[in-house]
Design a protein around this ligand. Sequence first.
Ligand code: ADP
Ligand code: MG
Length: 237
Amino acid sequence: MKEKIQHAEKLNTLGELAASIAHEVRNPLTVVKGFLQLMNHDQKKERGEYDQYISLVLSELNRAESIISDYLTFAKPQFPKIEVFSLSDMFYDVLALLNPLAVKQGVNLHINVQIPLHLETDQNQLKQVFINLIKNSIEATDNSGTVTIHAQKEDDYVCVQVIDDGKGMNKEQLARIGTLFYTTKDRGTGLGTMVSLRIIEAMDGKITYKSEEGKGTEVHLLLPLNLERSHSMSARA
Ligand code: ADP
Ligand code: MG
């Protein structure tokens, strides 16, 4: 893996991010409302003449739904709930949720988590992070590709790697990942990575990306095992 970046710059808080996301969801909703009002006032048309409106309305609603789910599949960012949980149980939930997407894309998901491994932090926020990261890996990987997750203890940290053999990123793409609304996908939101970086930062953890175009991507995550440090997120998230 040639390219490597670290996200060390000062990041917005999750609360500031929530404001941007609310704004972004309002746009598709405004479009939907406009079309429904139009259809409501224009009642002379035959049912078939609305087909075009209906597909636009559905596509805008899908967009609003993706924006919210990249941010809020599990997490309620305003109210962190700190608890002790097993990392392998957490991954079991995350993979159950993502398995249909992996099957659809023909991607093999492998998981290799050291047992027993427990963390004390907001489990739902951490689930949100792994959903976003693993979803990106699956989406970057073609038929018969592989996404592997490793997790083990290293000194005072839990170290998690999400590794895919997908299309990878070049230096420019790698430099932009995690910037608000940056996406290369037709129906992307450009929110998943940004949200994940915020959550990990609030947990006093660290995310590093390594990627090579045509070869794949590795995301390295370090999360402190130190319980008092994990607690600091309740004050800052
Ligand atoms: P979205 O998935 O909606 O595009 P993200 O913030 O999750 O938004 O990702 C931003 C962009 O980063 C993606 O559009 C993609 O270009 C790139 N990216 C993220 N993860 C990977 C990966 N594992 N492999 C290749 N590209 C990736
Ligand atoms: Mg994504």
